[in-house]
Design a protein around this ligand. Structure first.
Ligand code: BGC
Length: 437
């Protein structure tokens, strides 16, 4: 049963979104399902301390029905999720029918609830056998991925409304070759380049396939895209040529390069937005927040900077529909999540107002989950998970989101919430202490 929020009377100032807007949240298989034992991540995690192992995760492999009931109860009209290649093809060329049937049931359950389904085909994890052969560095992985896609698509196409071929190719490369915090990490410019080119080629091939497959159900024109991590860059010293150059360079590499290499194969732009980077020193690849400012941050120290979302959206706008495929905050302070939601959505509304064709928003994430190499501490969920008991508890911020969804816009009463920056006091206090040292 859907939750009832009181009808906003005399509230003529709701910041409305376009009709048919998709409201939902996102997850990925490895982060929520648990026990993906045939993946490269699983193998790598076993060498790490227990709290950095995915283990049962949220046990969504078994609890999907309960989770989707919550999706419905929260009044979302869509949902983004991924399927796990390593479950479907645990050994080269050997497909696991049980896993395929499982995903059919999962997707059918979403459709039964009348939800629009956005499905990601690859969200960071690889079957172990693929990674043993070199992963995305190996040109043959493009073929392996195509093989997997060709097998699974005919089985599930009737339940899918949007295809996301790849999630954040840039982040994968950054974490594997630059930060080197993920499985199979190494320093290799050649490996990094090959991975980039193979991911681009995989996207293009799968895009073509998804548009040529003779679908039994619906049209063959279900939109296909990627979910790309987009950062908002800014020079700290407006007139510093060095910093401006850093902005152009980083913007090109992080935000545009993949699209340049895969031009003409995107029916929509999927934008994941988390980061604002201000170049406060002359290094080219600085990240994080500028120590001289008092912006609020998430539990991961990521700056809360809603304006950056507006900048990214207006920068990317070129007439193709845009879906915000991920945007969220890791916070145990739910009031902070409330303000996050309201202020970021306000920027989305502002971008729509200036003509950007934004068609949907997927909050990251539906439930707390396994945040990759950072383990379970970061809490991104609209729904809290108790990992001891697997009990789900709806957070109050989830209801603020529901309120927005039910109004198809941000009621004026909610806009009043964001009058000041939460946490500014703490940051100021910290700065004062530093100054007194
Ligand atoms: C990824 C998610 C991740 C989220 C928060 C995105 O880069 O797609 O898998 O959990 O960011 O870090």
């Amino acid at each position: 049963m859907a939750l009832k929020t009181p009808k906003e009377k005399h509230d003529h100032e709701t910041l409305k979104f376009p009709e048919g807007f998709l409201w939902g949240s996102a997850t990925s298989a490895h982060q929520v399902e648990g026990n993906n034992i045939n993946s490269d991540w699983w193998e790598w995690e076993q060498k790490r301390p227990p709290r950095f192992r995915s283990g049962d995760a949220c046990d969504q492999y078994n609890k999907y029905e309960e989770d989707f009931d919550l999706v419905k109860q929260l009044n979302h009209n869509s949902h983004r999720l991924s399927i796990e290649w390593s479950r479907i093809e645990p050994k080269e060329g050997e497909f696991n029918q049980e896993a395929i049937d499982h995903y059919k049931k999962v997707l059918e359950s979403l459709k039964d609830k009348n939800l629009t389904v956005m499905l990601t085909l690859w969200h960071f994890t690889l079957p172990k056998w693929v990674s043993d052969k070199g992963g995305w560095e190996n040109g043959k992985t493009v073929k392996y991925f195509e093989g997997f896609v060709k097998k699974i698509v005919p089985e599930i196409e009737e339940y899918v409304d949007f295809w996301v071929t790849l999630n954040e190719p840039g982040v994968y490369i950054y974490e594997t070759y630059i930060k080197r915090e993920w499985p199979n990490s190494k320093k290799s410019f050649l490996g990094q380049t090959k991975t980039f080119l193979n991911l681009a080629s995989a996207h293009k091939k799968v895009y073509k396939f998804l548009h040529s497959w003779p679908y039994n159900h619906g049209s063959s024109n279900k939109p296909v895209g990627i979910a790309n991590n987009m950062l908002s860059f800014e020079p700290f010293h407006r007139h510093s040529i060095k910093e401006q150059f850093s902005v152009v360079l980083n913007d090109t590499f992080s935000n545009h390069l993949f699209y340049i290499f895969t031009k003409g194969t995107h029916d929509f732009l999927g934008i994941n937005y988390y980061f604002h980077v201000r170049f406060s020193n002359p290094e080219f690849m600085t990240t994080g927040i500028d120590p001289n400012q008092s912006h609020d941050v998430s539990d991961l120290g990521w700056e809360i900077y809603p304006e950056g979302l507006f900048e990214v959206l207006t920068d990317m706008a070129d007439g193709i529909p845009i879906y915000i495929t991920e945007c969220g905050i890791a916070s145990t302070n739910d009031d902070r999540r409330n303000r996050f939601l309201i202020s970021y959505l306000q920027e989305v509304a502002r971008a729509i107002k200036v003509g950007v064709k934004i068609k949907g928003f997927f909050y990251w994430s539906l439930i707390d989950n396994f945040e990759w190499h950072r383990g379970f501490d970061p809490r991104f969920g609209l729904i809290e998970v108790d990992y001891q008991t697997q009990k789900r508890t709806i957070r109050p911020s989830a209801l603020v989101y529901t309120d927005i969804i039910q109004n198809n816009g941000i009621p004026h009463s909610l806009l009043r919430f964001i009058g000041h920056t939460v946490g500014a006091e703490e940051v100021l206090e910290k700065r004062q202490k530093e100054l007194l040292k």
